[in-house]
Design a protein around this ligand. Sequence first.
Ligand SMILES: C[S@@+](CC[C@H](N)C(=O)[O-])C[C@H]1O[C@@H](n2cnc3c(N)ncnc32)[C@H](O)[C@@H]1O
Length: 207
Amino acid sequence: MEINAVEFDKIAREVFAPVYPVIAEQIKHKTGIIRGTCLDIGCGGGYLGIAMAGITELDVYLFDASQEMLKIAAGNIAGRGLEQRIQTLPGDVHKIPLDDNSIDLVISRGSVFFWRDRQKAFQEIHRVLKPGGVAFIGGGFGTTALKEQITSVMEKRNNNWREKLKKNIGENAVEGFAETLRKAEISPFEIDRNEAGLWIIIRRESF
Ligand SMILES: C[S@@+](CC[C@H](N)C(=O)[O-])C[C@H]1O[C@@H](n2cnc3c(N)ncnc32)[C@H](O)[C@@H]1O
């Protein structure tokens, strides 16, 4: 994936910053997972994983395919003195460099839209989840007010912004994700979509 890490991070800090704590609270509320290990896939600068660590006791891996993004994430960890709780992990979601049954909570915001083979990626996510673990994957803004606030900034930079949002997190995206999850033989899953975002919740059942 072609991405300018420095430019992307500037936007994350200047425009998207308010969404991370809101989404982290929603993940905590929805999953109830507050202890153990969390994997933030396609973490970028790491803001969602860092927000998650701030409101839970979770230890966090900030995982991304881009070394440049991970450099920024490492700076954010060190800048907050969180080295004991959070570490970076390089790699691709299609081959996650972690053991089976090792992660309590997988989170991922804004990355799934770039994955080459989502079926394989979801299988990998399911593989690393512990029994009883949960994955919360998708894209969104936390609230419709934040979505509108961010859209008013982003559509000035990108003419196709609203179109891209519709394609990625619009109503029509739900069936595509459901079909992929069924093909991946992942069960149970839930797709929670509203105007503020689209999130896939996968629960790995206990033995
Ligand atoms: C739009 S950014 C979102 C960053 C961050 N989650 C956020 O919300 O600010 C997408 C991220 O996904 C990462 N990514 C894309 N494909 C990936 C893959 N196959 N494996 C791991 N990370 C990937 C990119 O490097 C990028 O950092």
